[in-house]
Design a protein around this ligand. Structure first.
Ligand code: NOJ
Length: 494
Protein backbone atom coordinates (compact mmCIF):
# COMPACT_ATOMS: atom_id res chain seq x y z
CA UNK A 1 0.00 0.00 0.00
CA UNK A 2 1.40 3.37 -0.98
CA UNK A 3 0.40 6.47 0.89
CA UNK A 4 1.17 9.81 -0.69
CA UNK A 5 2.98 12.32 1.40
CA UNK A 6 2.75 16.05 0.74
CA UNK A 7 3.34 16.86 -2.89
CA UNK A 8 6.52 18.81 -3.41
CA UNK A 9 7.04 20.77 -6.57
CA UNK A 10 10.17 18.92 -7.45
CA UNK A 11 9.54 18.72 -11.14
CA UNK A 12 12.33 21.21 -11.72
CA UNK A 13 14.64 18.65 -10.15
CA UNK A 14 13.17 15.76 -12.09
CA UNK A 15 12.28 13.97 -8.87
CA UNK A 16 9.23 11.85 -8.14
CA UNK A 17 6.66 12.95 -5.56
CA UNK A 18 7.35 11.88 -2.03
CA UNK A 19 5.54 8.82 -0.76
CA UNK A 20 5.60 6.99 2.51
CA UNK A 21 7.35 3.65 2.58
CA UNK A 22 4.94 0.98 3.85
CA UNK A 23 7.43 -1.67 4.92
CA UNK A 24 8.10 -2.52 8.56
CA UNK A 25 11.33 -1.34 10.13
CA UNK A 26 13.68 -4.33 10.15
CA UNK A 27 13.96 -6.49 13.23
CA UNK A 28 16.62 -5.11 15.55
CA UNK A 29 16.27 -1.54 14.28
CA UNK A 30 16.35 0.75 17.33
CA UNK A 31 14.51 3.97 18.18
CA UNK A 32 15.49 6.64 20.66
CA UNK A 33 15.28 10.33 21.51
CA UNK A 34 18.06 12.81 22.21
CA UNK A 35 18.76 15.72 24.52
CA UNK A 36 21.78 17.47 25.96
CA UNK A 37 22.77 18.63 29.45
CA UNK A 38 23.14 22.36 28.76
CA UNK A 39 19.77 22.46 27.03
CA UNK A 40 17.58 20.64 29.56
CA UNK A 41 19.28 20.23 32.92
CA UNK A 42 19.31 23.72 34.40
CA UNK A 43 20.92 23.63 37.86
CA UNK A 44 23.64 25.67 36.23
CA UNK A 45 25.62 26.32 39.42
CA UNK A 46 23.81 23.93 41.71
CA UNK A 47 25.49 21.35 43.98
CA UNK A 48 29.01 22.33 42.97
CA UNK A 49 28.62 22.69 39.21
CA UNK A 50 30.53 25.61 37.72
CA UNK A 51 29.80 27.74 34.66
CA UNK A 52 30.19 26.29 31.19
CA UNK A 53 31.07 28.50 28.23
CA UNK A 54 27.37 28.56 27.30
CA UNK A 55 26.29 29.66 30.80
CA UNK A 56 28.90 32.38 30.62
CA UNK A 57 28.05 33.42 27.06
CA UNK A 58 24.33 33.72 27.80
CA UNK A 59 24.99 35.72 30.99
CA UNK A 60 27.59 38.05 29.53
CA UNK A 61 26.23 38.41 25.99
CA UNK A 62 22.43 38.40 26.24
CA UNK A 63 22.36 40.29 22.93
CA UNK A 64 23.62 37.12 21.24
CA UNK A 65 20.63 35.09 22.48
CA UNK A 66 17.47 35.91 20.57
CA UNK A 67 15.28 36.29 23.68
CA UNK A 68 18.12 37.26 26.01
CA UNK A 69 17.49 34.09 28.02
CA UNK A 70 19.88 31.85 29.93
CA UNK A 71 19.95 28.07 30.46
CA UNK A 72 19.96 28.53 34.27
CA UNK A 73 16.82 26.43 34.72
CA UNK A 74 16.02 25.31 31.16
CA UNK A 75 13.65 22.30 31.29
CA UNK A 76 14.76 21.67 34.87
CA UNK A 77 15.74 18.08 34.14
CA UNK A 78 18.28 18.29 36.97
CA UNK A 79 15.24 17.97 39.22
CA UNK A 80 12.78 16.33 36.87
CA UNK A 81 14.90 13.56 35.33
CA UNK A 82 12.60 10.87 36.70
CA UNK A 83 9.71 12.37 34.77
CA UNK A 84 11.81 12.50 31.62
CA UNK A 85 12.74 8.85 31.96
CA UNK A 86 9.10 7.94 32.55
CA UNK A 87 8.20 9.66 29.26
CA UNK A 88 10.96 7.82 27.41
CA UNK A 89 9.75 4.55 28.88
CA UNK A 90 6.13 5.27 27.98
CA UNK A 91 7.18 5.87 24.38
CA UNK A 92 8.66 2.37 24.26
CA UNK A 93 12.08 3.61 23.19
CA UNK A 94 15.27 1.57 23.10
CA UNK A 95 17.72 4.34 23.93
CA UNK A 96 17.91 7.81 25.43
CA UNK A 97 20.69 10.06 24.19
CA UNK A 98 21.83 12.52 26.86
CA UNK A 99 25.03 14.32 27.71
CA UNK A 100 27.21 14.73 30.78
CA UNK A 101 28.12 18.28 31.78
CA UNK A 102 31.92 18.36 32.19
CA UNK A 103 31.75 21.15 34.81
CA UNK A 104 29.17 19.21 36.87
CA UNK A 105 31.66 16.34 37.24
CA UNK A 106 34.85 18.41 37.29
CA UNK A 107 34.14 21.97 38.52
CA UNK A 108 37.76 23.06 38.01
CA UNK A 109 37.86 21.52 34.54
CA UNK A 110 40.78 19.33 35.71
CA UNK A 111 40.62 15.96 37.46
CA UNK A 112 41.86 17.35 40.79
CA UNK A 113 38.37 17.71 42.29
CA UNK A 114 35.56 15.32 41.45
CA UNK A 115 32.15 16.69 42.36
CA UNK A 116 30.36 13.79 44.05
CA UNK A 117 26.96 15.46 43.84
CA UNK A 118 27.36 15.71 40.08
CA UNK A 119 28.45 12.09 39.80
CA UNK A 120 25.46 11.06 41.90
CA UNK A 121 23.05 12.95 39.64
CA UNK A 122 24.14 10.90 36.63
CA UNK A 123 24.26 7.68 38.68
CA UNK A 124 20.64 8.29 39.65
CA UNK A 125 19.67 9.07 36.07
CA UNK A 126 21.35 5.89 34.79
CA UNK A 127 19.69 3.81 37.53
CA UNK A 128 16.33 5.22 36.51
CA UNK A 129 17.00 4.35 32.87
CA UNK A 130 18.11 0.86 33.80
CA UNK A 131 14.92 0.28 35.75
CA UNK A 132 12.98 1.49 32.69
CA UNK A 133 14.96 -0.88 30.45
CA UNK A 134 16.24 2.00 28.32
CA UNK A 135 19.85 2.11 27.11
CA UNK A 136 21.68 5.39 27.81
CA UNK A 137 23.61 6.79 24.84
CA UNK A 138 25.97 9.26 26.47
CA UNK A 139 27.71 12.23 24.88
CA UNK A 140 30.72 13.45 26.84
CA UNK A 141 30.87 16.87 25.21
CA UNK A 142 27.78 18.65 23.94
CA UNK A 143 29.41 22.10 23.55
CA UNK A 144 29.68 22.94 27.27
CA UNK A 145 33.37 23.44 28.02
CA UNK A 146 34.04 24.48 31.63
CA UNK A 147 34.42 28.29 31.39
CA UNK A 148 37.57 28.09 33.49
CA UNK A 149 39.34 26.25 30.65
CA UNK A 150 38.34 28.98 28.23
CA UNK A 151 39.60 31.67 30.61
CA UNK A 152 42.85 29.97 31.53
CA UNK A 153 43.79 28.16 28.34
CA UNK A 154 41.84 29.64 25.44
CA UNK A 155 39.55 26.65 25.19
CA UNK A 156 39.66 24.52 22.05
CA UNK A 157 42.35 26.69 20.48
CA UNK A 158 44.80 25.08 22.91
CA UNK A 159 45.85 21.47 22.31
CA UNK A 160 46.16 20.96 26.08
CA UNK A 161 42.36 21.02 26.21
CA UNK A 162 42.40 17.83 24.09
CA UNK A 163 44.43 16.15 26.85
CA UNK A 164 42.12 17.48 29.55
CA UNK A 165 39.12 16.17 27.63
CA UNK A 166 40.78 12.76 27.43
CA UNK A 167 41.30 12.74 31.21
CA UNK A 168 37.69 13.76 31.79
CA UNK A 169 36.60 11.00 29.39
CA UNK A 170 38.71 8.39 31.22
CA UNK A 171 37.14 9.43 34.50
CA UNK A 172 33.62 9.06 33.07
CA UNK A 173 34.43 5.65 31.55
CA UNK A 174 35.59 4.56 35.01
CA UNK A 175 32.80 6.20 37.03
CA UNK A 176 30.01 4.92 34.80
CA UNK A 177 31.52 1.67 33.58
CA UNK A 178 28.60 -0.34 34.95
CA UNK A 179 25.97 2.09 33.69
CA UNK A 180 26.83 3.10 30.13
CA UNK A 181 27.70 1.09 27.04
CA UNK A 182 27.04 3.56 24.24
CA UNK A 183 29.59 6.39 24.36
CA UNK A 184 29.83 9.41 22.15
CA UNK A 185 32.84 11.67 22.55
CA UNK A 186 31.87 14.99 20.97
CA UNK A 187 28.71 16.40 19.41
CA UNK A 188 28.91 18.33 16.14
CA UNK A 189 32.52 19.58 15.99
CA UNK A 190 31.47 21.92 13.20
CA UNK A 191 29.21 23.94 15.49
CA UNK A 192 31.82 23.87 18.26
CA UNK A 193 34.59 25.14 15.99
CA UNK A 194 33.14 26.93 13.00
CA UNK A 195 30.45 28.80 14.89
CA UNK A 196 32.21 29.00 18.29
CA UNK A 197 35.80 29.83 17.22
CA UNK A 198 35.34 31.10 13.64
CA UNK A 199 32.17 33.15 13.29
CA UNK A 200 31.95 33.72 17.02
CA UNK A 201 28.17 33.43 17.01
CA UNK A 202 28.22 30.55 19.51
CA UNK A 203 30.03 30.29 22.83
CA UNK A 204 32.74 31.20 23.56
CA UNK A 205 32.21 33.86 20.85
CA UNK A 206 35.74 33.88 19.45
CA UNK A 207 35.84 35.60 16.06
CA UNK A 208 38.71 34.06 14.10
CA UNK A 209 37.28 33.37 10.71
CA UNK A 210 39.24 30.96 8.55
CA UNK A 211 41.90 30.44 11.25
CA UNK A 212 40.53 29.65 14.72
CA UNK A 213 37.95 27.21 13.45
CA UNK A 214 40.59 25.03 11.76
CA UNK A 215 42.89 25.04 14.82
CA UNK A 216 39.89 24.14 16.94
CA UNK A 217 38.88 21.37 14.54
CA UNK A 218 42.28 19.71 14.74
CA UNK A 219 42.23 19.86 18.53
CA UNK A 220 38.70 18.50 18.76
CA UNK A 221 39.59 15.61 16.46
CA UNK A 222 42.70 14.86 18.56
CA UNK A 223 40.57 15.02 21.73
CA UNK A 224 38.14 12.53 20.24
CA UNK A 225 40.94 10.20 19.13
CA UNK A 226 42.59 10.29 22.57
CA UNK A 227 39.31 9.39 24.28
CA UNK A 228 38.66 6.66 21.73
CA UNK A 229 42.07 5.06 22.38
CA UNK A 230 41.63 5.25 26.15
CA UNK A 231 38.28 3.49 25.83
CA UNK A 232 39.67 0.97 23.37
CA UNK A 233 42.74 0.09 25.44
CA UNK A 234 41.48 0.38 29.01
CA UNK A 235 37.72 -0.18 29.00
CA UNK A 236 36.40 -1.88 25.90
CA UNK A 237 37.21 -5.44 26.96
CA UNK A 238 35.19 -5.14 30.15
CA UNK A 239 32.61 -2.49 29.22
CA UNK A 240 31.85 -4.24 25.91
CA UNK A 241 30.27 -1.12 24.49
CA UNK A 242 30.80 1.26 21.59
CA UNK A 243 32.32 4.70 21.10
CA UNK A 244 32.19 7.19 18.27
CA UNK A 245 31.84 10.90 17.42
CA UNK A 246 28.69 12.67 16.18
CA UNK A 247 29.04 14.63 12.93
CA UNK A 248 26.32 16.80 11.45
CA UNK A 249 25.51 17.96 8.00
CA UNK A 250 22.80 19.40 5.85
CA UNK A 251 22.36 17.65 2.47
CA UNK A 252 23.64 19.81 -0.38
CA UNK A 253 21.84 19.19 -3.65
CA UNK A 254 23.49 20.40 -6.88
CA UNK A 255 21.50 23.27 -8.38
CA UNK A 256 21.78 21.76 -11.86
CA UNK A 257 23.35 18.86 -13.78
CA UNK A 258 26.32 21.01 -14.80
CA UNK A 259 29.73 19.75 -13.79
CA UNK A 260 30.41 23.02 -11.95
CA UNK A 261 27.30 22.71 -9.77
CA UNK A 262 27.96 19.02 -9.07
CA UNK A 263 31.48 19.89 -8.01
CA UNK A 264 30.27 22.81 -5.89
CA UNK A 265 27.83 20.57 -4.00
CA UNK A 266 30.51 17.94 -3.43
CA UNK A 267 32.95 20.63 -2.24
CA UNK A 268 30.35 21.92 0.18
CA UNK A 269 29.86 18.41 1.59
CA UNK A 270 33.60 17.99 1.94
CA UNK A 271 33.92 21.28 3.83
CA UNK A 272 30.92 20.65 6.10
CA UNK A 273 31.13 16.89 6.67
CA UNK A 274 34.44 15.65 5.27
CA UNK A 275 36.47 18.21 7.19
CA UNK A 276 35.27 16.61 10.43
CA UNK A 277 34.82 13.02 9.25
CA UNK A 278 37.67 12.24 6.86
CA UNK A 279 40.47 12.40 9.45
CA UNK A 280 38.56 9.85 11.53
CA UNK A 281 37.38 7.59 8.72
CA UNK A 282 40.29 8.01 6.30
CA UNK A 283 43.14 9.56 8.30
CA UNK A 284 43.42 13.07 6.82
CA UNK A 285 41.49 16.16 5.73
CA UNK A 286 39.71 15.86 2.37
CA UNK A 287 42.10 16.67 -0.49
CA UNK A 288 39.88 19.45 -1.85
CA UNK A 289 39.91 21.10 1.59
CA UNK A 290 43.71 20.80 1.88
CA UNK A 291 44.24 22.18 -1.63
CA UNK A 292 41.85 25.12 -1.47
CA UNK A 293 42.93 26.38 1.93
CA UNK A 294 46.62 26.01 1.04
CA UNK A 295 46.14 27.87 -2.22
CA UNK A 296 44.14 30.72 -0.72
CA UNK A 297 46.46 30.99 2.31
CA UNK A 298 49.42 31.48 0.00
CA UNK A 299 47.64 34.15 -2.04
CA UNK A 300 46.67 35.87 1.21
CA UNK A 301 50.33 36.03 2.20
CA UNK A 302 50.45 33.34 4.91
CA UNK A 303 53.70 31.39 5.06
CA UNK A 304 51.84 28.13 5.59
CA UNK A 305 48.29 26.90 5.20
CA UNK A 306 45.70 28.17 7.68
CA UNK A 307 44.61 24.51 7.92
CA UNK A 308 47.00 22.84 10.38
CA UNK A 309 48.48 19.64 8.98
CA UNK A 310 48.36 16.28 10.74
CA UNK A 311 51.72 14.60 11.29
CA UNK A 312 52.18 11.04 9.96
CA UNK A 313 51.89 9.74 13.54
CA UNK A 314 48.68 11.68 14.10
CA UNK A 315 47.19 10.29 10.90
CA UNK A 316 47.81 6.73 12.05
CA UNK A 317 46.54 7.57 15.55
CA UNK A 318 43.28 9.18 14.38
CA UNK A 319 42.34 6.93 11.48
CA UNK A 320 39.71 4.36 12.38
CA UNK A 321 38.67 5.85 15.72
CA UNK A 322 34.98 5.04 15.29
CA UNK A 323 32.70 2.11 15.94
CA UNK A 324 29.96 3.42 13.66
CA UNK A 325 29.05 6.63 11.88
CA UNK A 326 26.80 8.83 14.03
CA UNK A 327 24.89 11.40 12.00
CA UNK A 328 22.89 14.48 12.95
CA UNK A 329 20.79 15.69 10.04
CA UNK A 330 17.90 18.12 9.77
CA UNK A 331 17.59 19.85 6.42
CA UNK A 332 18.69 20.40 2.81
CA UNK A 333 20.02 23.27 0.69
CA UNK A 334 20.60 23.72 -3.02
CA UNK A 335 24.12 24.58 -4.18
CA UNK A 336 25.43 26.41 -7.23
CA UNK A 337 28.96 27.12 -8.29
CA UNK A 338 30.03 30.73 -8.10
CA UNK A 339 33.23 32.61 -8.89
CA UNK A 340 35.88 32.18 -6.21
CA UNK A 341 35.62 34.87 -3.57
CA UNK A 342 38.30 37.56 -4.09
CA UNK A 343 41.42 37.22 -2.00
CA UNK A 344 41.14 39.37 1.11
CA UNK A 345 40.47 38.52 4.72
CA UNK A 346 40.58 34.79 5.41
CA UNK A 347 37.21 33.16 5.80
CA UNK A 348 35.74 29.67 5.88
CA UNK A 349 32.94 30.69 3.50
CA UNK A 350 35.43 32.12 1.03
CA UNK A 351 37.50 28.96 1.28
CA UNK A 352 34.44 27.08 0.01
CA UNK A 353 33.04 29.72 -2.40
CA UNK A 354 29.64 28.33 -3.36
CA UNK A 355 26.13 29.73 -3.44
CA UNK A 356 23.50 28.01 -1.27
CA UNK A 357 19.77 28.58 -1.42
CA UNK A 358 16.44 27.04 -0.58
CA UNK A 359 13.72 26.02 -3.03
CA UNK A 360 10.88 28.43 -2.18
CA UNK A 361 8.28 25.66 -2.37
CA UNK A 362 9.97 23.50 0.26
CA UNK A 363 7.83 23.42 3.39
CA UNK A 364 9.58 25.03 6.32
CA UNK A 365 9.28 24.33 9.99
CA UNK A 366 8.70 28.09 10.33
CA UNK A 367 12.31 28.55 11.38
CA UNK A 368 14.56 30.40 8.94
CA UNK A 369 17.26 27.76 8.74
CA UNK A 370 14.86 24.97 8.09
CA UNK A 371 13.33 23.21 5.08
CA UNK A 372 11.51 19.89 5.14
CA UNK A 373 13.14 17.72 2.47
CA UNK A 374 13.01 14.00 3.34
CA UNK A 375 14.64 12.87 0.10
CA UNK A 376 17.69 14.93 1.12
CA UNK A 377 18.23 12.55 4.04
CA UNK A 378 18.06 9.54 1.74
CA UNK A 379 20.56 11.07 -0.67
CA UNK A 380 22.85 11.93 2.20
CA UNK A 381 22.74 8.35 3.50
CA UNK A 382 23.60 7.06 0.02
CA UNK A 383 26.43 9.60 -0.27
CA UNK A 384 27.81 8.47 3.10
CA UNK A 385 27.81 4.87 1.94
CA UNK A 386 29.53 5.82 -1.31
CA UNK A 387 32.11 8.00 0.43
CA UNK A 388 32.88 6.05 3.61
CA UNK A 389 32.02 2.49 2.57
CA UNK A 390 29.45 0.14 3.97
CA UNK A 391 29.78 1.46 7.50
CA UNK A 392 27.07 1.06 10.15
CA UNK A 393 25.18 4.35 10.51
CA UNK A 394 23.10 5.57 13.45
CA UNK A 395 21.05 8.73 13.15
CA UNK A 396 21.74 10.48 16.45
CA UNK A 397 19.53 13.54 15.77
CA UNK A 398 16.69 14.43 13.40
CA UNK A 399 13.59 16.48 14.06
CA UNK A 400 11.55 19.55 13.22
CA UNK A 401 12.33 23.03 14.51
CA UNK A 402 9.34 25.33 14.71
CA UNK A 403 8.85 28.69 16.35
CA UNK A 404 5.16 28.49 17.20
CA UNK A 405 5.22 25.70 19.79
CA UNK A 406 1.81 24.58 18.51
CA UNK A 407 0.35 21.50 20.25
CA UNK A 408 -1.42 20.07 17.19
CA UNK A 409 1.91 19.65 15.47
CA UNK A 410 0.81 17.84 12.33
CA UNK A 411 3.80 19.34 10.51
CA UNK A 412 6.10 17.55 12.96
CA UNK A 413 4.24 14.28 12.40
CA UNK A 414 4.65 14.75 8.64
CA UNK A 415 8.33 15.54 9.13
CA UNK A 416 8.96 12.35 11.12
CA UNK A 417 6.87 10.30 8.75
CA UNK A 418 8.72 11.64 5.72
CA UNK A 419 12.22 11.34 7.17
CA UNK A 420 11.61 7.89 8.64
CA UNK A 421 10.25 6.85 5.25
CA UNK A 422 13.48 8.10 3.71
CA UNK A 423 15.33 5.88 6.21
CA UNK A 424 13.29 2.86 5.09
CA UNK A 425 14.01 3.69 1.44
CA UNK A 426 17.72 3.89 2.24
CA UNK A 427 17.63 0.59 4.12
CA UNK A 428 15.56 -1.43 1.66
CA UNK A 429 16.26 0.18 -1.72
CA UNK A 430 19.82 1.44 -1.28
CA UNK A 431 21.04 -1.16 1.22
CA UNK A 432 22.43 1.44 3.57
CA UNK A 433 23.51 -0.15 6.85
CA UNK A 434 21.32 2.05 9.06
CA UNK A 435 20.64 0.48 12.44
CA UNK A 436 18.98 3.13 14.63
CA UNK A 437 17.13 6.45 14.59
CA UNK A 438 17.16 9.08 17.32
CA UNK A 439 14.66 11.93 17.30
CA UNK A 440 15.50 15.41 18.55
CA UNK A 441 13.75 15.94 20.80
CA UNK A 442 11.47 14.50 23.45
CA UNK A 443 10.93 17.74 25.41
CA UNK A 444 11.33 21.41 24.51
CA UNK A 445 14.65 22.83 25.60
CA UNK A 446 16.96 25.84 25.55
CA UNK A 447 17.98 26.08 21.90
CA UNK A 448 21.31 27.90 22.27
CA UNK A 449 21.16 31.34 20.61
CA UNK A 450 17.48 30.74 19.81
CA UNK A 451 16.83 30.54 23.55
CA UNK A 452 13.27 29.49 24.32
CA UNK A 453 11.88 30.53 20.92
CA UNK A 454 12.54 27.36 18.94
CA UNK A 455 10.56 24.22 19.70
CA UNK A 456 11.60 20.72 18.75
CA UNK A 457 9.95 18.69 21.54
CA UNK A 458 7.28 16.06 21.20
CA UNK A 459 6.39 17.31 24.68
CA UNK A 460 5.71 20.99 25.24
CA UNK A 461 7.41 22.67 28.19
CA UNK A 462 6.07 26.00 29.43
CA UNK A 463 9.22 27.87 30.39
CA UNK A 464 7.34 30.48 32.38
CA UNK A 465 5.76 27.82 34.60
CA UNK A 466 8.00 27.06 37.62
CA UNK A 467 6.84 23.43 37.42
CA UNK A 468 8.08 23.08 33.83
CA UNK A 469 5.24 20.62 33.26
CA UNK A 470 5.72 18.38 30.22
CA UNK A 471 2.58 18.22 28.04
CA UNK A 472 2.34 15.86 25.04
CA UNK A 473 1.94 17.31 21.58
CA UNK A 474 0.21 15.33 18.87
CA UNK A 475 3.59 14.06 17.63
CA UNK A 476 4.23 12.27 20.96
CA UNK A 477 1.36 9.84 20.45
CA UNK A 478 2.15 9.43 16.75
CA UNK A 479 5.78 8.59 17.54
CA UNK A 480 4.80 6.22 20.36
CA UNK A 481 2.45 4.37 18.05
CA UNK A 482 5.10 4.24 15.31
CA UNK A 483 7.63 2.69 17.69
CA UNK A 484 5.06 0.10 18.82
CA UNK A 485 3.96 -0.85 15.29
CA UNK A 486 7.36 -0.24 13.64
CA UNK A 487 5.30 1.03 10.71
CA UNK A 488 4.67 4.52 9.24
CA UNK A 489 1.26 3.93 7.69
CA UNK A 490 -1.99 2.13 8.62
CA UNK A 491 -0.94 -1.23 7.22
CA UNK A 492 2.61 -2.36 6.58
CA UNK A 493 4.16 -5.24 4.68
CA UNK A 494 7.28 -7.24 5.58
C1 NOJ B 1 21.93 19.98 16.86
C2 NOJ B 1 22.48 20.08 18.23
O1 NOJ B 1 23.27 18.96 18.53
C3 NOJ B 1 21.42 20.26 19.28
O2 NOJ B 1 22.05 20.66 20.45
C4 NOJ B 1 20.39 21.26 18.79
O3 NOJ B 1 19.52 21.64 19.77
C5 NOJ B 1 19.70 20.66 17.60
N1 NOJ B 1 20.69 20.59 16.56
C6 NOJ B 1 18.48 21.41 17.10
O4 NOJ B 1 18.82 22.65 16.64
Amino acid sequence: MKVFFFILSLTSLGLADEEINSRYFPEGFKFGVANAAPQIEGGWIEDGKTESIWDHFAHTHPEMIIDGSTPDIASDSYHKYKEDVALVKAMGLDHYRLSIAWSRILPTGYTDKVNQAGVQYYKNLFAELKAANVEPMVTLYHWDLPQVLEDQLGGWLNETVADLFAEYARLCFELFKDDVKMWITINESKQVCQVGYGMGAYAPGVVSNGIGEYICTKNVILAHAKAYHIYDEEFRATNKGTITIVIDTTWFEPGSDSEEDQEAAERMLQFTFGLYANPIFMGNWPQVVIDRIAERSELEGFSSSRLPAFTDEEIVYIKGTYDYLALNHYSTLMVNATADAPIGDPSYDNDISVLTWRQPEWPSGSADWFAVVPWGMRRLLVWLKKTYGDVEIIITENGLSDNTGIMEDDHRVSYYQGYLSACLDAIYEDEVNLSAYTAWSIIDDWEWTLGYTSFLGMYYVNFTDPERTRIPRKSASWFTNMVATRCLVDTCTE
